[in-house]
Design a binder for this molecule. Structure first.
Ligand SMILES: Cc1cc2nc3c(=O)[nH]c(=O)nc-3n(C[C@H](O)[C@H](O)[C@H](O)COP(=O)(O)O)c2cc1C
Length: 445
């Protein structure tokens, strides 16, 4: 019996993608009867039976070749019949991309999303992203009921724009652990945003389900997006009693809060999650990539991984419409080398009096004096006094010698200028499209 490798050498890879073709390929093989299983790490297996027919003649030939035909064309008793997972995933993604686009008809291809960022992504930024043919999300505001005033403002801005849609053509982000479900529900009931983005529950998927059910009850057409940072959270979301309409996969490069420890970069996390989500064909959940996407290169990479859309936060911190202090924004533009100059820590949350984040999350921030002194052993109480003084100094509170929280992603070094959100959306869209086209031309035979 030949090993799978030997069989692969004898039959072209294209033939191996097709079990009938493998049946024919075996006619050339000088081997005994045997079974070969091509096994993927996930539950994707193909089984091939081969028999050498070279020396078989007459009725035996007919019998054995019919046997080959039947066995090799029958669905595998294991799971699936394909062995080319990345291409299958890409085809599935194309369907899901089209599905996602149906809900947001003003969005141009490829699909660019402005991620929710606390108070920093306010109505101006969200509306500017949507007006540029993307989908902009507002952040959850400092206090839960702040969302009501922001939604009023967003409505006003949309009415003055060219955006027209039966639902409010922007999304709203809520942090579940410290959010107020009643306030969120009444805000969604009143304004009917086209999407709600949920993140960071205290009690896992059960809490996300509770939010999803409550929001769907008051606005059934509002799509529920859930952001996760691990495969297991993604699986919990898709297998729950109230699965989301869209899943956002956040890699460890992401700015702001993400997984504190259980994290990996977008390039490995995304396809693994997407495979698990795509396997649930009954659900049809588009998967969006977030974390480290700053320009067209990152976006093109994410689309290659199978993203239905790309969500960017850090890049939009350096947009004219971000609700951000100049000192903070200057840092986003100045800083480089995110590997060396950013890290995840709760220090800055605690210095500004924010406690209670679930342990599994921590924010990525630029390193400044507060962190350096903390590492050098300066007590927290002293750091807090210095932090509060810095907070009174305005823009000087940020910078390498500053002491204030400067939440950014690891891709901060790729942010080199402040631009209008519309220019960012357009640039990322065009760059990623051009890159994918150039690569395809370059690699075509
Ligand atoms: C300053 C900042 C604040 C953020 N606040 C929120 C938030 O309130 N809710 C949320 O779901 N995600 C929040 N995020 C994470 C984003 O949703 C998104 O995952 C992230 O920005 C993507 O990575 P990137 O920053 O590398 O683009 C925040 C990100 C940043 C940079």
């Amino acid at each position: 019996m030949l090993s799978p490798i030997a069989l692969r050498r004898k039959a072209s890879p294209r033939k191996l993608n097709n079990r009938l073709a493998v049946g024919y390929a075996t006619w050339d093989l000088d081997s005994a009867v045997g079974t070969v299983e091509f096994t993927d790490k996930a539950d994707v297996r193909s089984r091939f039976v081969f028999i050498s027919l070279k020396r078989v003649k007459g009725p035996a030939f007919l019998f054995l070749s019919s046997f080959l035909w039947i066995v090799n064309s029958r669905p595998s008793p294991f799971v699936s019949t394909f062995s080319n997972r990345p291409m299958m995933a890409t085809q599935r993604t194309a369907e899901l991309r089209r599905m996602l686009a149906l809900s947001y008809p003003w969005v141009k291809k490829p699909f660019v999303v402005g991620a929710p960022m606390r108070i920093l992504a306010g109505p101006q930024l969200a509306v500017a992203v949507s007006a540029a043919g993307g989908l902009g999300f507002m952040g959850p505001q400092a206090k839960p009921d702040g969302v009501l005033a922001d939604l009023d403002k967003a409505r006003e801005l949309i009415e003055a724009s060219n955006l027209r849609h039966p639902l409010l053509p922007i999304g709203v982000g809520f942090q579940v652990w410290n959010g107020d479900l009643k306030v969120a529900t009444s805000a969604v009931e009143k304004h009917k945003p086209c999407a709600v983005w949920l993140f960071a529950p205290k009690n896992g998927q059960a809490e996300l389900d509770e939010w999803t059910v409550s929001l769907r009850k008051v606005s059934p057409d509002t799509k529920i997006w859930i952001q996760v940072g691990t495969l297991s959270d993604a699986i919990a979301a898709i297998n729950s009693s109230a699965p989301p309409d869209v899943l956002v996969v956040q890699g460890s490069e992401a700015g702001g809060h993400g997984m504190a420890k259980e994290s990996t970069g977008t390039i490995v996390l995304f396809p693994e999650v997407a495979d698990a989500v795509n396997a649930r064909k009954d659900l049809g959940i588009p998967v969006v990539a977030a974390g480290g996407i700053i320009d067209g290169r990152g976006a093109a990479a994410a689309f290659s991984l199978g993203a239905a859309a790309v969500a960017m936060g850090t890049r939009f911190l350096a947009s004219s419409e971000a609700r951000i202090a100049k000192g903070y924004q200057d840092e986003v533009v100045r800083a480089s080398d995110g590997a060396k100059n950013t890290l995840r820590t709760h220090l800055y949350n605690h210095l500004r009096g924010t406690f209670g984040w679930p342990d599994i999350f921590a924010p990525r921030t630029l390193i400044n004096r507060s962190w350096i002194d903390h590492e050098a052993g300066v007590p927290f109480e002293k750091l807090q006094v210095l932090h509060d003084e810095a907070a009174k100094s305005g823009d000087a509170g940020w910078g390498p010698e500053g002491r204030l929280a400067t939440y950014v992603g690891a891709g901060v070094g790729l942010v080199r200028d402040v631009k209008d959100a519309s220019a960012i959306v357009e640039e990322v869209r065009n760059e990623s499209r051009d890159i994918l086209k150039a690569l395809s031309d370059d690699h075509s035979e």
